[in-house]
Write a protein of this length. Sequence first.
Length: 174
Amino acid sequence: MVSKKESPVSLVKHQRVGVFVDAQNMYHSAKNLYRAKVNFKKILETAVGERMLVRAFAYVIKTESGEESAFIEALEKSGYEIRVKDLQIFPGGMKKADWDVGMAIDAVILADKVDVAVLVTGDGDFIPLVEYLRVNKGLRVEVVSFERSTSGKLIETVDSFADLGGDPKKYLMY
């Protein structure tokens, strides 16, 4: 992790961690930046490190074709609890697929059971969540994402940021 405010080493192993993965954000970032797929297992290992994992959620959108079933199975085998939502298709063909509110609600619910919340997303819409968790719940909040597709303001707001693009061979599958 590239850290702005590190925890003392002796405390790190005792930190309880919750991980919240915006799978669509990561999928599209890896696809558009690197023409690759994300290694979500390696991301979870990095997000938790030597600390204690309490829960790890991956938020996934279900398409009409159901082609994501193998992806969901791989996420489950990697240690994630899966949250699935159907792709919304509006009259006229516009599509909407996001889990921002669900991710935020889960983070708020888990806040009393963890010391650290790790958001795996580059979406600046999570800044109010970060501020709430830090100020109101006293949590350390970290972001793991590709810096090139991450909101600069989000990076400024969190306690630490890990750039997956710094070691693409570790975090991507070509």
